[in-house]
Design a protein around this ligand. Structure first.
Ligand SMILES: Nc1ncnc2c1ncn2[C@@H]1O[C@H](COP(=O)(O)OP(=O)(O)O)[C@@H](O)[C@H]1O
Ligand SMILES: CC(=O)N[C@@H](CCC(=O)OP(=O)(O)O)C(=O)O
Length: 260
């Protein structure tokens, strides 16, 4: 099986011109098959604010009402996705920008209302996911760049956390490829109580860190998604600094946090 890198880059890197340029350089130069999933929550929050709409987040997920859905669709599928594609094209990387609605790559269902109504937030319909279209694109030499948007299969776009999308895509493609999933963000990895990088994390250690309040906020869903992928056929999962991509892939160095 061919090796495939499924790489997720978060909003704190995308929002910083210098960090983004450096990451895109490294990503463009990566040899072999690759898919990029981007976030952009930070930019969506800033643009919403400029339009007079305060972002509401619960457990790291955005409450997405009708107006917010319009904003995130414009920001993720338009502004961010197309700029990433243009920047990668300029570096000789044959990027193609997509949402989960395109070619039905990520069918989803609107999250049912329980204690919280998340609005137009999608839970990926993993049973209906299959990697056929992405595999075809990869085999023609294209590099798919995915925005954090899915669709409800009834005509509506849905907002979906980018870490979840990365995990679901990695799992779906693991039927056809030897998949390595890499979460790139602005810290060296998952940090312990003394702010030191944890080189390897087990599920029980994750639970301990969560109970002690060392792993909080966005790191909780990121680790949940990372463990979900490793349990479903993905060969390796790392959470690490965006700058460490060449060290991990080209130099095979131990960087960031490996999920074990
Ligand atoms: N133990 C931890 N180690 C590293 N980061 C942590 C930890 N606990 C919480 N975090 C926070 O999690 C954030 C990453 O989650 P998130 O903001 O969702 O990432 P992304 O930008 O990749 O979407 C970090 O910026 C950091 O503030
Ligand atoms: C439902 C939900 O919360 N969706 C996320 C999608 C963007 C994202 O995940 O961006 P980062 O990776 O930069 O955090 C949001 O709108 O913030």
């Amino acid at each position: 099986m061919d090796t495939l890198y499924v790489i997720k880059v978060g909003g704190n890197i995308i929002d910083n011109e210098e960090k983004l340029a450096s990451f895109l350089n490294d990503f463009a130069q990566l040899k072999g098959l690759k898919v990029l999933i981007h976030g952009g929550g930070k930019i969506a929050t800033e643009i919403s604010k400029g339009l007079g709409i305060e972002a509401k987040m619960v457990d790291g997920r955005r409450i997405t009402d009708t107006e917010t859905l319009k904003i995130v669709t414009m920001v993720y599928a338009g502004l961010i996705n197309k700029n990433l594609v243009a920047k990668l094209q300029a570096k000789g990387c044959n990027a193609i920008g997509l949402t989960g609605a395109d070619a039905n790559i990520i069918p989803a269902n609107k999250r049912p209302v329980k204690e919280i109504d998340y609005g137009f937030v999608g839970d990926v319909d993993n049973a209906k996911m299959n990697g056929t279209t992405l595999s075809l694109l990869l085999k023609t030499g294209l590099v798919p760049i995915l925005a954090p948007l899915t669709h409800d299969q009834q005509g509506n776009m849905l907002n979906t956390n980018a870490d979840t999308i990365a995990s679901s895509i990695a799992v779906a493609l693991s039927a056809n490829f030897d998949v390595n999933l890499i979460y790139c963000f602005e810290k060296e990895g998952v940090l312990d109580g003394e702010e030191k990088v944890i080189p390897s994390i087990t599920h029980s250690y994750f639970n301990e860190l969560k109970n002690n309040g060392v792993v909080v906020a966005g790191m909780i869903p990121k680790l949940d998604n990372a463990f979900a992928a490793i349990g479903k056929g993905v060969s390796s999962v790392y959470i690490m600094h965006a700058d460490a991509l060449p060290a991990l892939i080209n130099d095979k160095k131990a960087v960031g946090t490996k999920i074990s």
